[in-house]
Design a protein around this ligand. Sequence first.
Ligand code: NAD
Ligand code: UDP
Length: 337
Amino acid sequence: MNVLLTGGTGYIGSHTAVVLLQSGYRVVLYDNLSNSSDAVLEKLAQITGQPIPFIKGDVRDTELLISTLAAHRIDAVVHFAGLKAVGESVEKPVDYYANNVQGTISLLQAMQSAQVKTLVFSSSATVYGEPQFLPLDESHPTSATNPYGRSKLHIEEMLKDVAASDPAWGIACLRYFNPVGAHESGLIGENPNGVPNNLMPYIAQVAAGQRAELSVFGADYPTADGTGVRDYIHVMDLAQGHAAALAFLSATIGWHAVNLGTGKGYSVLDMIQAVEKASGQRVPYKIVARRAGDVAACYADPKKAGEALNWRATRTLDDMCASTWRFQQSQRLSVMS
Ligand code: NAD
Ligand code: UDP
């Protein structure tokens, strides 16, 4: 089976490429490199022992997508391509709707034209908005608190209409919780440009001495230690969730939303401690004001993924931190050499 990964050179796409190749899929990567580098292609070849076809292109280029789907005889698409920074989406909503919503419309047009009707979409737990109950299951009401989240919600709704219009479509919207960690080789991982927005890459840079201290956004939440609680999931578990979703769609039609999380929540202070343990380094921090828009706690009910996809996360918090640290160290060595 031939699978196109849009956004395939990005963080989650590159890890999923490894898992899909190792599960026997043929994989083609498609990315405009706006938030990744083609240097990842060499790392992927090193890990998998084979070169992976890559097309540099934008998902809004419908013609290029159509020719790519035909040339590589694509059977299914995993759609990672999109912009993902919440703060930036508030400042540049048009860019977010253009990339995420318009990009998905273009992809759907290309898929329709090429008669490819199997799609796995990178959605997010952000579509649940402010949690009304925990753990979050897929029946929790959806809402959006920023343009990024609204773009995911619009896309989910659009995909529901597409699946309802034609029974040949099989669509899985995977609602990711908080992906962290890296491939065990340390060759690929999350490498954000500039100051990281997310907790884990920030902590890793503090542990490595690249940043002086972490700002903990609020210690007065109604959680065990007062800091925010999230469902961190190892990116390799998440990648395996995509293989499970493709297997599921080979036998199922219609639209499906599935949480990919562990079901366990960890606080910011838990994460600091876990990285300190994995790295043997101190992570200095200071408590500052809450970050606007943050919720106290957010974690998944992963039951549906177990039942429908026969998938569950198996890696521990220590695995997440050890692999993050290994990647952090290998980055430093490659900068020095
Ligand atoms: P990433 O930025 O590392 O990967 C996204 C890739 O898409 C990048 O390589 C980028 O160059 C590419 N891209 C962006 N716009 C494009 C366009 N118009 N045409 C072609 N390529 C384009 O991000 P990631 O963390 O790997 O996230 C992948 C997907 O998962 C995104 O859709 C994101 O919204 C979603 N997601 C991520 C998280 C997370 O915390 N990382 C959580 C929930 C959902
Ligand atoms: N966080 C923090 N300092 C940072 C970045 C994040 O204290 O520099 C906290 C944030 O308030 C939240 C948790 O870490 O409670 C996870 O934040 P992240 O941005 O990684 O994920 P999200 O908020 O999107 O779930």
